[in-house]
Design a protein around this ligand. Sequence first.
Ligand SMILES: C[S@@+](CC[C@H](N)C(=O)[O-])C[C@H]1O[C@@H](n2cnc3c(N)ncnc32)[C@H](O)[C@@H]1O
Length: 374
Amino acid sequence: MDELFAVVTPGLESVAWNEMQELGLNPLTKESGGVLFQGDLKTIYWANLNLRTVSRILIRLGHFHASAFSELRKKAGRLPWENFINPGQPISLRATCHKSRLYHSDGVIERVVGAISDRLGSFSNHQKPKDIEDANLHQLIVVRLSNDECTISIDTSGDLLHRRGYRLATAKAPLRETLAASIILASGWNKNQPLLDPFCGSGTIPIEASLLALGLSPGQKRQFAFMLWPNYDKSLWDNLLNVIQSTHPHELPLIQASDRDAGAIEMARANAKRAGVSDFIEFECRAISAISPPPDPGFLITNPPYGLRVNSNKDLRNLYAQFGNVMRSHCKNWNTAILCSDPKLLAQIGLKLDTTLRFTNGGISVILGKGIVP
Ligand SMILES: C[S@@+](CC[C@H](N)C(=O)[O-])C[C@H]1O[C@@H](n2cnc3c(N)ncnc32)[C@H](O)[C@@H]1O
């Protein structure tokens, strides 16, 4: 059994924890920025294939004391690098040093690269990847020194897990797919009631909701770092794909997505098509004032402009006040989950909202306001 770490946007650890439990992954401990769990190769493949809220999955390969470079190189050389790196494969290392005698991250990287070359019996080439495609050929290794204790982790995911492969077109201020999935899960949507996103931009929320309701695994069309490992078990991966492909519901609730920007709707449609869910989403180009939700209560889950990245020079207070009025007149008894950076803007909506879930989106602190429309 390996010790595994699911890297999560800080603030969303509980959401990831619940998702991991649903998937049978047995989370063990929450840390800031991730969740620890344990498992074998099958667990690693399954987690990468299915987790919607997690950024990447690391194996904690080694943990040891290191207060001198010679000690670091000797102990790092005992780790089973041959299970993860092919001789000659480029590697990319990231090191952080905190309150440790070894405080020079470049020096730490040099010794770990030396240890890997010793162990593999061939020179390992550490380079910064040129682009995303190049990064996918590198094996990422993460080294952390804290109080002279060194933790070395191997990445299993490759490209970050929010890159599902469908969102090639993006409108203004798109939400990461992992964050969209997180707010849908955190909203408590039960996958049977209608869902509406009236500020849908490039469509991330309705697309993630459709993938979730259809039970389509986010990782089934992409490549992962573990596929390049010398011990990659292709038949195990194919078996897992067969398991997930045999269980799809065919009925979905109404999922509506709208935006006042025609270009955004065009992009959202193209993204939904690539994700294979365009038949399940009603896209309309319309302003918030013109939304037309179904009469039965559902979930309004959305990410309106915040001001910092979109419409930065305009006063958004009127838009939020108007949004509140539209919800009260068209979405009575609906659940709502609204992502926003500014508590004052959320207050303009005029609804009682639970604002305990907070995290960052693209470096901006954000709040998920959850409530029921009276
Ligand atoms: C933060 S973006 C949404 C991003 C989206 N979640 C995504 O992942 O691409 C906000 C969106 O609100 C739209 N918008 C701004 N004012 C609007 C209004 N009055 N009615 C409808 N949409 C509006 C913008 O066109 C923009 O696409």
